[in-house]
Each structure stands twice: as C-alpha cells, then as structure tokens.
Design a protein around this ligand. Structure first.
Ligand code: SF4
Ligand code: SF4
Length: 510
C-alpha cells in the first residue's frame, strides 16, 4: 500500500489541493480522504506540551492496566475475564454468570449511563485520554514510527534506498512485535491468561486452532494500528456518532475561541512589530500559522468548530499555546471550554441531565451492590414444585414438594446435601440423587419432598428452615413456608410415584 504522506493542511484548503485527473469531490471531504477519494495519510507533527505530558502519564498507566487486567488474580480469578464460551464474566473478583440477568442488566445500565454522564460533563475525554485505540496509537505505534522515520518521514528523506528499507523494516518488525503482545493480551481477556500460557507452551501442531486465532488477531491489530489508524475513530467507531446527542452546550470540549481568534490573519514582520508596540491591527489572535492543524491526528481544523472527527486529544491546545507564547499573547486560544463559555456565559456542571444521570447510576450501583452482596458461596432459590399445595403420605404425614435451584458461586466444585434445621423432625427426601454435585459457576435444578406430622400444621402453614451442607461442613441456609391442612380439614393431593412408602431419615441436623 503506497503512502502519500502529508503535513496535515488546513481542512479549508483541502478542496483546492492539486490532485490527479480522477473524479473529484465538489467540496469538503472527509479529513482522511483526498478529494479524489484516495486515502490521505496522516503524519501529524507531535507537540510535547503540558497536555501531552499529562496524557502520556495517564496513557502509560492505562497501558500497564490494560495488560495487567487479564493477568492479575483477584479472588483466584483474573481481574477481568470475559469467558464468553463458559458464559461467565469476571470483573474485579466478582463473577457474573449468564443466568445473573439482574446483575448483568444493572451492570450494563451503570456502565452505559456512566459513559453518557462522562460525555455530558467532559465531552470526548474517553476518546482522547483513555480509549485503547488512542492510547496505543499515540503512545506506542506513532512514537516508534516518528523515532525511526521522523515527523512526515523527514528522517527518511536524507537516507539512501538501503537506509530507508532498513528503517522501514525495523519499523514493521517492531510493529509486528507490539501487535503480537497486544493480540495475546486481547485474547487473554476472553480465554484467561492461564489458558493462553498453556496454549503457548504446547507444540504448534497440537494447537493449530490457537495459532490460527493468534495469527488472525495479530493481523487485525496490525491492520488497525499500522493502516486503518484514525479511521477507526472517524469512520468506524459508533461512539463518535452518539456524541452529538450526548453533548450539550455546557459540556467541556476542546475548542477554538473564535471571539478571540477572528478575524485570523498572518502578520508581516512590520505588523508584528506594530502589534508589539500596542498598535491595533484589527485582527484576532489567530496568526493563521496552521500549527493546530499540522499536529491533529485526525487531520481536522479545530477552527471549523466542533466536529465528529475531533477525539479531544488536546494536541492542538499544546500547539496553539506554544505559538501564543512565542507571539506574546495569552495562552488558551484553543482550550477546554464549553459552548456556553464561548458565548460569554459560565459553564454549569450541575444541571438537570447531569443530576438525572447521577441518580440513575447511584440507584443502579446500589442495587447491583445489594444483589452482589446476596451472592454468597451457594445461592439457593426455592419454589413450589407441584400444583397441589401439599400431599398426605401413607403414614399420615404431610408432604410439600419443593423445587430447588442451586448455584455454585465458589471457585471449587461442591457436593451438597439438603437438611432440615427447623423443625428438626422434618424429613427431607430428594427426588433424584440424595446429593447434588455442582462445578464452579454451575447451576442445577432439583426437587425435594419435605414431610412433617399433620400436627405440625396447627395454623395451616409453618416456616421451615433448611441448610445445604457441603462435604467440608460449610452450610448455606434458606427458608420456605410449608403448607398443610387447616385444623379439621381433609387432606388433598396425591402421593407421587416413587415417593410412596419409605422415607429416608436425612434431615435433622444438630
Ligand atoms: S495554532 Fe493557534 S494561531 Fe496557529 S492557526 Fe491554530 S489557532 Fe491560529
Ligand atoms: S482538533 Fe485538536 S483535540 Fe481534536 S483531534 Fe485534532 S488535535 Fe486533537
């Protein structure tokens, strides 16, 4: 793929650029496209100002975090493990299973509304500061490229053909190595680091599926960061499309101040001298130097107003501040601000939508915390398992048929038996195997026949307490209201096949 590097020209000039004889767009085109429809390669000039330094500190902290998240164990599992095949999702030590619909819905609501809130307050802070696409592109791939080739490929121009080939070869080799690391990290989020290590040490012949997966993932990462690049943000990412509805006039955005900058205009040396002497040139502070456009990784001109392609990377702030310092003007011609502030008002952070989003998040997080707190080692849900409220057995005792849903939320298998705690003379007979074996994360349904003497139902019902006991003696308790005949009433219901006659004495616990 042939690259046609450009110093990012001002967007307003793009339609006037000389091009070949291919059909041309009549007016403004995408920032990543030439007017003839071919790819316009971005070669931004980096500006290492204060905002870049802040972003790089956060960016590198996030890179470490992104790599560590599937490796560092919390409660015996990776900090983040999206086990799609196993239908379980571990986040910071807590595992959500596919049947945890309430928890998953609450988690999704909290996450989505948090993104909406963050965008409403801080604009595209996520895109510019934390998105892996930006972080890896701007702090890993692009620095490697600029180290070897220089901004706009300047270092290559002085080299012989062999020298250029060596530099390009080094760049692609480093890109490939980085892409391999990223691909393995990405797969570890879904397969777990342990499984990844197991696959990596086995001979390739035994592991063709894994090698095909890693090759495909590495190729995708390489295509993304080496070729597709900013187009992921400007064309593919749906979040950019949403921002127009998520932002409001009080949202913080990176913006050019037209009230201060316009009318823009270059200055001659004589005009600069006049300006320094305090003579008004009837010009705004923008000296039309183009530094804010040359540094932009998506190739736009921030002076054209808020644009979907702006990822809020702050490079244009650093570039313009450098220029303002050089021409002895106050910094901040391009800055974090809001539309309200640009029109002379004051940015309001506490506004109805922000309060509404915060309330929704607080409620969802509180509900999620309470649901998670109720998830102890084994979850037991009890339902009535037959149409009849109760049955009278041959020996005159009254039986209730209960449906049990048992979930093992521990990280080890458990073998459970169900016992009655109160009343102690209640008899529990499992319909099926007397013990239930559950693998980690597994959920099973079973039934139990609980019988008691008729006299126990003096008021027609009673609350019984049970426990599920594991082999090591760990027990989880649960309760259920058992139904029986009211005093003086006749029995109803029938004795189920297989439950007639003998009743095992499991049940009473010390
Ligand atoms: S860097 Fe500042 S002065 Fe230069 S063109 Fe951009 S806005 Fe104008
Ligand atoms: S306009 Fe400025 S903040 Fe937006 S992407 Fe370009 S350089 Fe970054």
């Amino acid at each position: 793929m042939a690259e046609k590097p450009h110093e990012n020209p001002p967007a307003s000039n793009r339609g006037d650029m000389p091009v070949n004889l291919a059909p041309q767009a009549p007016g403004e085109v995408l920032s990543t496209m030439e007017v003839d429809g071919s790819r316009r390669w971005m070669k931004p000039t980096p500006v290492f100002g204060p905002w870049w330094k802040r972003r790089s500190v956060i960016g590198w902290a996030l890179i470490v975090l992104y790599i560590a998240a599937p490796i560092i164990p919390i409660n015996g599992k990776p900090a983040i493990w999206l086990n799609v095949l196993g239908r379980e999702f571990t986040i910071l030590g807590h595992t959500f299973y596919a049947y945890d619909t309430v928890s998953l819905v609450l988690f999704l609501i909290s996450t989505i509304v948090l993104i909406v809130l963050a965008t409403s307050l801080l604009g595209r802070a996520w895109c510019g500061w934390a998105c892996p696409q930006t972080v890896y592109m701007e702090f890993v791939y692009r620095p490697v490229e600029q180290w070897l080739e220089g901004p706009q490929g300047q270092k290559l121009r002085r080299l012989s053909t062999a020298g250029k080939a060596a530099r390009k070869g080094a760049k692609w080799t480093i890109f490939l190595l980085i892409s391999l690391v990223l691909a393995h990290t990405f797969v570890a989020y879904f397969a777990s680091w342990e499984a990844l290590l197991r696959w990596m040490v086995r001979p390739p012949g035994e592991n063709l599926g894994f090698f095909a997966l890693m090759a495909a993932t590495t190729a995708l990462v390489m295509i993304d960061f080496a070729f597709y690049r900013e187009q992921m943000c400007t064309i593919a990412c749906p979040y950019a499309r949403f921002q127009s509805v998520l932002l409001d006039p009080n949202s913080l955005i990176v913006s050019y101040d037209p009230g201060r900058g316009e009318p823009r205009g270059r200055r001659t040396r004589a005009q600069r001298q006049q300006e320094a002497e305090g003579v008004s040139l009837q010009l705004g502070d923008c000296i039309e130097c183009g530094a804010c456009v040359r540094c932009c990784p998506t190739g736009i001109d921030i002076r054209d107003g808020l644009q979907m392609e702006c990822i809020g990377c702050t490079q244009c702030i650093d570039a313009c501040d450098e220029v303002m310092i050089k021409v002895n003007k106050p910094i901040g011609l391009i800055r974090y601000t809001s539309e309200v502030e640009l029109e002379g008002g004051r940015t309001r952070f506490l506004r109805p939508r922000v309060i509404a989003y915060t309330v929704v998040i607080a409620v969802a997080v509180a509900a999620l915390a309470s649901v998670i707190a109720s998830h102890d080692g084994v979850n037991i849900a009890v339902t009535r398992a037959s149409a009849e409220p109760f049955m009278e057995l041959r020996d005159g005792t009254i039986a209730n048929r209960l449906g049990l849903r048992l979930q093992n939320r521990t990280s080890a298998p458990v073998v459970l038996r169900i016992e009655a705690v109160e009343p102690a003379d209640a008899s529990v007979q499992m319909v099926g195997p007397p013990e239930t074996t559950l693998d980690p994360g597994e959920m099973k349904r079973t039934q139990a026949l609980v019988s008691l003497p008729r006299e126990a139902f003096a008021h027609g019902n009673l609350t019984a307490h049970f426990r599920a006991v594991a082999e090591d003696g760990t027990a989880w308790t649960f309760s259920h209201v058992l139904l029986g005949p009211s005093p003086g009433s006749a029995s109803i219901g029938t004795l189920p096949d297989g439950a007639r006659g003998a009743r095992s004495p499991i049940g009473a616990t010390p």
